[in-house]
Structure formats: C-alpha cells, structure tokens
Design a protein around this ligand. Structure first.
Ligand code: HEC
Length: 183
C-alpha cells in the first residue's frame, strides 16, 4: 500500500511538471509560407462563434463553427502582462454543423433545438510579429475545406486584416467574443 502511494505521488508530481510546456513558435518554409501549426487542438480554447450557412444565404464567409485556440505559453504570458507577446499564434478551426432539419439550418437533438458540430472544415491562423508584418499580425488561410493545407501564403491586409483592425477589440484580436481573454 505504501509503495503504491509513493508511485502515485511520483507520477502526480511528473504530471505537474509537464504543465511547464515548451512554447510553440511559428514555423516557415524556405519560401516563407507558414507551416500548419502542430497540435493546435491541445491549445487553450477560447471560444466558438457560429455563422451557419443557412443563416448566411448558404455561403457563410467562415463556415460554420469557428473554434478558436491560442498557443498555451503565449496565453500564460498574456495572463501576466495583458499583452499578446510577439509570436503569439491564434488558430481558428472551422467546423460544419450537422445537416439541418429546419429552414434555419437547425436540428433537434436530446439537448434541444440548435446547431451541432459536424465535420472539420479548414482553418485560419494569425501570427503576431511586429517586425515581420507591417500591421503587426500575419493572416493565413489553410483552406475552408479538409484536408487543411500543409503550408499557407501570407494574405493581403485588404483580404483579412482590415476587418480585424477596424472592429476587433484588442490588438486585432476579437477578445469581445472570448471571455477568457477579455480583460
Ligand atoms: C469581415 C471581417 C473579417 C475578415 C475579412 C476576416 N476576419 Fe478573421 N475574424 C473576424 C471575426 C468577427 C472574428 C471573431 C471570431 C469569429 O467570428 O470567427 C475573427 C477571428 C479570427 C481568428 C481568431 C483570432 C481572433 O483574432 O479573434 C483568426 C485566426 C482569423 N480571424 C483569421 C482570419 C484570416 C486568416 C482572414 C483572411 C482569410 C480573416 N480572419 C478575415 C472577422 C474577419
């Protein structure tokens, strides 16, 4: 019994140590494309805005759930400083809703009528780097379908960043939709 307790205590302290994670920094190809960030689904989840096709004339700009993650060590730094550090990465994974039963695209499941997550559907990514990008952030699209692209070219500010600069609450990030980051 005593031995078992000791083993448990040891493995618990290992688990605590593993919380000290290595920061994942953006990786680029030789030609300067951003490489699809690794292990993003294990990052800190901050929110899921939802723009169903059925409520957007059948063609939502960003279909349909937008599951947003921030790189975890950048999040740790942000919590302390209240500033997104250089090389912060946001990952917005798109996810379709399950087929609707009603004209608004909703369906009924045991929890109620609404929108339920279906297949993954590509991703959009932002990277903060005030030396590399004139506006402070780089914007990348990894397809609005699966599979996600392995690498992505920098998007023009007039395609992506202008909207973030105009209406996102804090440093081009829509913290107004992410209570965890909204401070
Ligand atoms: C017309 C406005 C608009 C345009 C254009 C736009 N976005 Fe966004 N973006 C938003 C809004 C609003 C959110 C908040 C979450 C949501 O609704 O998806 C967002 C959130 C994001 C996020 C999550 C992190 C954050 O800043 O909140 C990423 C990553 C992102 N957008 C990337 C892109 C990329 C890449 C493009 C260009 C391909 C792009 N966006 C173009 C409005 C826009």
């Amino acid at each position: 019994m005593a031995a078992a307790t000791a083993v448990f205590a040891q493995s618990k302290s290992k688990e605590d140590n593993s919380i000290t994670r290595t920061r994942y920094l953006p990786e680029y190809t030789a030609s300067g494309e951003l490489i699809l960030p690794k292990n993003f689904s294990e990052w800190v989840y901050v929110g899921s805005p939802l723009t169903p096709h059925a409520l957007n004339d059948g063609k939502a700009g960003f279909p349909e759930f937008h599951n947003v993650y921030i790189e975890p060590v950048s999040y740790e730094i942000y919590k302390k400083t209240n500033v997104f550090p250089e090389k912060t990465i946001f990952f917005k994974e798109l996810q379709l809703v399950l087929p609707g039963q009603f004209p608004d695209g909703s369906r009924t499941e045991p929890s109620g009528r609404g929108y339920f997550p279906g297949k993954f559907n590509g991703a959009d990514v932002t990277v903060k780097d005030t030396k590399k990008y004139p506006s402070g952030w780089g914007y990348y699209n990894f397809n609005h379908h699966e599979p996600k692209a392995k690498t992505a070219k920098l998007q023009a500010q007039s395609d992506c960043g202008y909207c973030h600069e105009a209406s996102a609450k804090k440093d081009q990030v829509w913290t107004q939709f992410y209570p965890l980051l909204d401070k």
